[in-house]
Design a protein around this ligand. Structure first.
Ligand code: MN
Length: 129
């Protein structure tokens, strides 16, 4: 049985393949969007259990995509994890202000990513998001 459906918004295919590998090995189903605007559309259409968002994305950046997803009542409850090489303190605070629930720096520590994902999924199941 799937542990949940995760939308990965990521424009770099190598990163996407790695993230997907670790999440699917841990029991999650994943699907991909490659731009910020495609990510917002996928979130509205699929209403995933959790979203991983890169911040540097074409068409619409990850901060704006997060804001759009968190502004819509249909998707506002979905936990969002920023996964990003934008690791200046300002990037992190902007991500949290945009509505991200967690922030994971690249290069990705996959054990830490899975811990964050599992923790947020458990919290969402208990209705505490
Ligand atoms: Mn990117």
């Amino acid at each position: 049985m799937s542990k949940g459906r995760i939308l990965i918004i990521e424009d770099n295919m190598d990163n996407h393949e790695l993230i997907r590998f670790f999440l699917e090995r841990d029991g999650y189903d994943t699907f991909l969007a490659m731009t910020g605007s495609e990510g917002v559309q996928a979130a509205f259409k699929q209403v995933p259990d959790l979203i991983l968002v890169d911040l540097a994305l074409p068409l619409m950046d990850g901060w704006d995509a997060t804001r759009h997803i968190k502004a819509d009542p249909k998707t506002a409850h979905i936990p969002i994890v920023a996964v990003t090489a934008r690791t200046m303190p300002l990037d992190r605070s902007r991500a949290m202000m945009a509505g991200c629930d967690e922030y994971i720096a690249k290069p990705i520590d996959f054990a830490a990513l899975l811990r964050a994902v599992n923790r947020l999924m458990e919290r969402a199941k208990r209705g505490q998001t």
